[in-house]
Design a protein around this ligand. Structure first.
Ligand SMILES: Cc1ncc(COP(=O)(O)O)c(C=O)c1O
Length: 484
């Protein structure tokens, strides 16, 4: 474990009673009980370079047993305590039932039979994204799902619609996915890829107007718009309903990458008329690293209009790359070589899903169930993130000069995350000092840190702890930089 950080005098502008106020806000928080549903690592654990002895993460016997300040749910959500319980139940099922686990219900098990895990997961995730159960599928991973959606809905015609509009600073995986889709169709990326770049913002905070103007400009030959619900770097939340409606009026199909939005902000994908969307589950959904992702396909796009017994089964549904798990359950095990998809998003599945993954994800979705809906979580999140903004703004003048808030200040244009642009040369020192103080946030080079209080397990006092540590980290990092 690294040595304790040296005491640094508090900044002049730090609010004196912030901690008392935060504690009171935490006491009044009706969702505060959810924090106890999570394994919050201790400061000793995050400084340790050893696996804890024994089976449970709780048994670590490290020096510093106070909880770390974890504000990194935008990258990897913390582990719900019930994940271990559910995974143990899954492993016991496998150990004692073997293949029977696929179809044999066990009286005292809370888990569905493996043949039905995808349906249970769809039921649990549907309210989180605001879709009908038939419009969502828990499957694959985010980038794979973007490709699958594009394979189904991006059918370019070079003489008509062939362009894809996306941000110029899209998450690289989205950029690669679009680029390779275009090449896959034999298209020239220079002609078919339209990159959204803000005229006004160096950070590429795009206004709805800017996005709509580009769509208007390319409306005759654009096939697809791919945007993130929340931008990973800036934390900007886009106006999904307005942008979607504008695109659809111009015949442009819209896919949303909801990696940073799902489990973070309220989504009403069905009501907003979103064509399709995909997400991962390791951030605000706390499924675990690399856990199974999901997709939404609006009922307009997932319909199957012909009966399975049709002579021409290739008609009656939107084409996609298919596998047996997307085939109607009634004939899936008949082993016929005639694909007929299940109606809705489930018809886009390829393989039988990882039960290990789905069990892990569903353990966390149980906790979302306890929260009483995304509306309540978002309401708390708005207050905690506003508190974070206020505490950052109230820092001493000397520290306040060393960073800028990149994320829009309008709460309607952001989720839980606030991105901070640091003065040149401070990033490494700040991250090192935060870590020494038991604070986990993440960095995006060259000079951004992302700070995200996740409303399921973070509270107001976490914010005060962070801002105090951040002030100290800035002072130390500046001192070190300036003496170099
Ligand atoms: C916005 C965004 N899109 C795509 C991805 C890639 O996700 P995956 O590795 O699950 O495909 C990420 C990963 O963090 C992301 O943040």
């Amino acid at each position: 474990m690294s040595s304790a950080p040296p005491p640094v005098p508090a900044g002049a502008g730090t609010e004196k009673n912030a901690r008392e106020r935060a504690r009171q806000l935490d006491r009044d928080d009706e969702l505060g009980f959810l924090r106890n549903e999570f394994n919050i690592p201790t400061k000793g654990q995050i400084a340790s370079t050893r696996l804890p002895e024994g089976a449970s993460a709780d048994t670590a016997n490290e020096n510093d047993t106070s909880k770390c300040i974890y504000l990194c749910g935008n990258s990897l959500g913390l582990q719900p305590k019930r994940t271990q319980t559910r995974l143990t139940q899954y492993l016991s099922t496998w150990a004692t039932q073997g293949v029977q686990g696929h179809f044999k219900p066990l009286d005292n098990s809370p888990l569905p039979t493996w043949l039905d895990v995808d349906e249970r997961a769809a039921e649990m995730i549907a309210p989180i994204v605001g879709g009908h159960v038939s419009e969502v599928a828990v499957m694959q991973t985010l980038t794979a799902n973007l490709h699958l959606l594009m394979s189904a809905f991006y059918k370019p015609d070079i003489n008509k619609r062939h362009k894809i509009i996306l941000e110029s600073k899209a998450f690289p995986s989205d950029h690669f996915a679009v680029e390779t889709q275009l090449r896959h169709h034999g298209l020239d990326t220079a002609k078919s890829m339209v990159l959204l770049k803000s005229e006004k913002s160096a950070d590429n905070i795009l206004t709805t107007e800017e996005i709509c103007n580009v769509m208007e400009q390319h409306k005759d030959d654009t096939a697809l718009l791919l945007l993130p619900g929340i931008q990973y770097y800036t934390g900007q939340l886009f106006d999904i309903p307005t942008i979607t409606a504008y695109a659809k009026q111009r015949g442009i199909f819209v896919i949303w990458d909801l990696a940073h939005a799902v489990g973070n902000v309220e989504l009403k994908l069905h009501d907003w008329g979103v064509d399709a969307a995909a997400w991962c589950s390791y951030k605000y959904l706390n499924g675990g690293p690399g856990c199974i992702g999901g997709m939404f396909v609006h009922e307009h796009n997932g319909a199957v209009t012909k009966a399975i017994t049709d002579e021409r089964p290739e008609e009656g549904y939107n084409h996609r790359l298919a596998g047996w798990w997307g085939n109607d359950k009634k004939s899936r095990f008949g082993m016929e070589n005639r694909f007929h998809p299940v109606k809705g998003a489930a018809g886009f599945q390829l393989s039988n899903p990882s039960v290990l993954d789905i069990t892990s994800l569903c353990a966390s979705l149980e906790v979302f169930g306890l929260a009483g809906g995304m509306g309540k979580l978002r309401e708390k999140s708005l207050r905690v993130t506003k508190f974070l903004e206020e505490q950052l703004e109230g820092m001493g003048e000397a520290e306040r000069k060393l960073f800028r808030i990149i994320t829009p200040l309008d709460p309607k244009q952001r989720g839980a995350q606030i991105s901070l642009g640091l003065d040149t040369g401070l990033l490494e020192g700040v991250m090192k000092e935060l870590e020494r103080r038991g604070v986990i946030v993440d960095e995006r080079r060259p000079d951004v840190i992302r700070v995200a209080p996740a409303p399921l397990y973070n509270g107001f006092e976490d914010v005060v702890d962070f801002v105090e540590a951040f002030g100290e980290a800035l002072r130390v990092a500046k001192m070190e930089r300036d003496t170099l």
